[in-house]
Design a protein around this ligand. Structure first.
Ligand code: GLC
Length: 755
């Protein structure tokens, strides 16, 4: 996996400035030599220790570090705390092997970016990479050298709370985003002091959990596993990701944390992955309730021999590997190979040369103006304009607005779940963003209703809302009474336009946050109905971790924006778009269902023998259409675009050739705008049924009014292929459809042949 060995000599001759950098990174051979030299001096307890990650830095934990029984810590934050723990390993332990200090930097460390489901919708890979680079710089300033990200699980079921943590439903978009995030975190050299080791998770198919219930059973075909859920992990491995994390779920009867087929046969034998695999939290121990291990010793044996190299949190490896080896139940060579993988990554990450964080960096590298600018830009590009009837948006700054709703001023929820080391106080709420744009006597605020957390959420310590008005928002007319709908009606009555902020508390999404319905929680619909009755134009802004049931809205509310959770710059980015300083360009990274009853719904479905049709005897429902409310790839801007003149370079593409296709895109509106142009294909006839559309390319095009550009795409014919029923990858000859489109349901169409 060494970086240097991948660069041809010519690169080194002409990359003078980097030669010094290249010399800082040892060659593969030098690393292997050091790995074996260290390994040769390790006791079995020390080997088991290198394969053990503990949570926190308690005195008991640090004593085990001193004894060489722990090789990694998670959740130790702050350069001083990190260095104190590292010093125990590097100076007090016998072999002085440095720790890897890990943390969940999922969408930012202290500068919290939009949640991954939102930023994937920007389709802006460069900006996504830049955001992760900022995250890595901030995390390393606080002593973190390993992030448990990117989360690359494909999600097709929004009942699952963790769909917010990934890049949505499409394997092509998911793969592109996975690679961009690995590059942003690791850079060209993860030994650089401001880069971290990345961790693609949760390996694998965690998002296919039955019923959308977190941690639940997954049972899918090998074909679907390989075509839908594995590609983003393969993309992360090909991008050089240092580690993977095994998932909680059982997969086709074998828990992912003990699944030799995925962990060794695919990851090692097929993909030649050189890094190491860490289990998810306690998931080694959980092989017991999974029913494939009778006790923790057996669980450790099953997980390690299947291919999980490091054990997170439950301590089973440290406790049982020595006795398993001594009893002859576990070959020491398997232990040695796992230790080599961990040592290799530690050496490639420069931990032996630079084990300590620079104590001064936290003062300069956290929450900088530049990092906030990146957060604001990514937030602007991530929100999705779903409706804008009568061009209600953008709002003139001469208007008076009523800012209403339980999420308009909830600082904690702007950050979303898994907010790293983010602080609610850093977040700009929509109310604050709007006040920053309008003269304050033009803003009337009322919360309207509270959103009661779910009982189980309270048990799980869900983050309670943290409003800024508690600190007194400057001069805005606001009621001191508890949230009530009458105040909201009064505020709305006084204003030209109602800006209604509804959705889910951040604590209702993320891990252990599956929901059985997509309703607006609490009494939000009562608030909506009362506001609709006063006949004022309403802009509804939804903050949520999943698509909510708003099938009632398009007919009754002229303008609708989905923000997901946009991070610390949420309020400024939302105001930028509401008042037209920025034109929205975000798209949906997943299909938006009309109701929970149609789950799973996704754009890349098979045609079936009776494709969806108004005619009864076709796939669908008696009581509603099976078409999503909004399709994958959909999003409006403040202008309009026209697609024309699809051109295919050669109507016949050889199976080992390249498809070249282009179309003209014109801005037919009166404002500049950015269009996310998408390329879809469909294999009409193959040995297995193929999805009606598959995303194979995208490009962001910014056009001035009247301007037109050509969007051109190249796709290797091999990438149009699929697995046949024998799981052989093939590129079937025959006719293919191709679209260049604004979303997964529209576009200019053509056909080509593969021969
Ligand atoms: C959690 C999550 C995983 C996270 C890990 C460490 O349970 O499943 O995504 O990285 O534990 O916090």
């Amino acid at each position: 996996m060494g970086r240097l060995s991948r660069f041809p000599l010519c690169f080194l001759l002409f990359a003078a400035p980097s030669i010094a950098l290249a010399q800082q990174q040892p060659s593969d051979e030098q690393i292997e030599h050091r790995v074996n030299e260290i390994l040769g001096r390790m006791s079995i307890d020390e080997k088991a220790g290198q394969l053990t990650q503990a949570a926190g830095n308690s005195p008991e934990t640090l004593e085990k570090v001193r004894q060489g029984k722990i090789g990694s810590l998670l959740g130790v934050l702050g350069a001083k705390n990190a260095n104190d723990a590292q010093r125990v390993a590097v100076e007090d332990s016998r072999l002085k092997i440095p720790l890897i200090l890990g943390f969940d930097v999922i969408h930012g460390f202290r500068t919290v970016f939009p949640v991954p489901l939102a930023s994937a919708g920007s389709f802006d890979l460069k900006l996504i990479e830049q955001a992760e680079q900022v995250a890595a710089k901030e995390a390393t300033s606080a002593g973190v050298k390993w992030t448990f990200a990117p989360m690359v699980d494909i999600g097709r079921d929004p009942r699952w709370g963790r769909i917010v943590e990934g890049a949505g439903e499409d394997p092509y978009l998911g793969s592109q985003v996975a690679a961009a995030k690995v590059k942003g975190f690791q850079g060209r050299n993860m030994a650089d002091p401001d880069r971290v080791i990345a961790c693609a998770k949760h390996y694998v198919a965690y998002g296919a959990t039955e019923g959308g219930r977190d941690y639940n059973t997954v049972d899918i075909s090998e074909k679907l596993l390989r075509e839908m859920y594995l590609p983003p992990f393969r993309a992360a491995v090909d991008a050089g990701v240092g580690t993977l994390m095994s998932a909680f779920n059982d997969l086709n009867g074998v828990p992912a944390t003990a699944n030799r087929h995925t962990l060794t046969e695919i990851l090692r034998d097929e993909w030649k992955f050189q890094g190491f695999v860490v289990s998810d939290y306690d998931s080694v121990h959980e092989l017991i309730p999974h029913g494939i291990a009778g006790d923790d010793s057996e669980a450790a044996l099953e997980a390690l021999t299947a291919g999980v190299d490091m054990d997170m949190a439950d301590g089973d490896y440290a406790k049982y590997i020595p006795q398993l080896v001594q009893s002859g139940r576990l070959q020491s060579s398997i232990v040695d190979e796992a230790v080599r993988r961990v040592l290799r990554v530690k050496l490639q990450a420069g931990l032996f040369e630079h084990p300590y964080a620079d104590l001064g960096r936290e003062k300069t590298d956290l929450l900088t103006r530049e990092s906030r600018q990146v957060a604001r830009k990514l937030a602007q590009e991530s929100l999705v304009l779903l409706e804008n009837k009568g061009q209600v948006l953008p709002i003139g700054k001469d208007k008076t607005v009523a800012v209403i709703g339980p999420l308009a001023d909830d600082k904690a929820s702007q950050l979303g779940p898994w907010a790293g080391n983010g602080q609610a106080k850093d977040a700009v709420t929509p109310l604050e963003g709007i006040i920053g744009r309008l003269n304050k006597d033009r803003v009337f605020y009322a919360k309207g209703v509270d959103i009661p957390p779910y009982e189980s959420g309270l048990a799980a310590g869900v983050a309670a809302p943290a409003p800024s008005t508690a600190t007194g928002v400057r001069g805005v007319e606001t009621s001191k009474r508890p949230a009530n709908i009458e105040d909201a009606v009064k505020a709305a009555t006084k204003a030209d336009i109602v800006l209604l902020f509804v959705g889910e508390l951040a604590g209702m999404t993320g891990e252990a946050s599956s929901r059985s319905s997509f309703d607006l929680p609490g009494d939000q619909m009562k608030l909506v109905d009362r506001l609709l009755a006063i006949q004022k134009p309403i802009v509804m802004v939804i903050e949520s971790g999943r698509p909510l049931d708003i099938r009632w809205a398009p007919e009754r509310i002229p303008a609708i924006i989905q923000t997901w959770y946009l991070g610390i710059e949420a309020g400024n980015a939302i105001a930028d778009v509401l008042f037209g300083d920025v034109s929205p360009s975000g798209r949906l990274a997943l299909s938006w269902p009309r109701s929970v009853g149609e789950i799973p719904t996704y754009y890349n479905h098979n045609n079936t023998g009776r494709p969806s049709s108004p005619d009864r005897w076709h796939t669908g429902y008696l009581d509603q259409t099976s078409e999503p409310l909004f399709p994958f790839g959909y999003g409006l801007t403040y202008t309009s675009f026209h697609y024309s003149n699809l051109r295919i370079e050669s109507p016949i593409v050889s199976h080992d050739g390249t498809l070249q296709v282009s179309a003209d895109v014109e801005n037919t509106g009166d404002r500049e705008g950015t269009e996310v142009v998408q390329l879809y294909v469909h294999d009409r006839v193959a040995p297995t049924s193929r999805p009606v559309r598959e995303l194979k390319g995208f490009e962001r095009l910014t056009l001035r009014p009247g301007e037109h550009k050509t969007a051109a795409f190249k796709v290797l014919a091999n990438d149009l292929g699929s697995y046949d029923s024998q799981l052989k990858w093939i590129v079937p000859a025959g006719t293919y459809d191709v679209w260049i489109a604004a979303d997964s349901r529209s576009g200019v169409h053509g056909t080509f042949e593969v021969r």
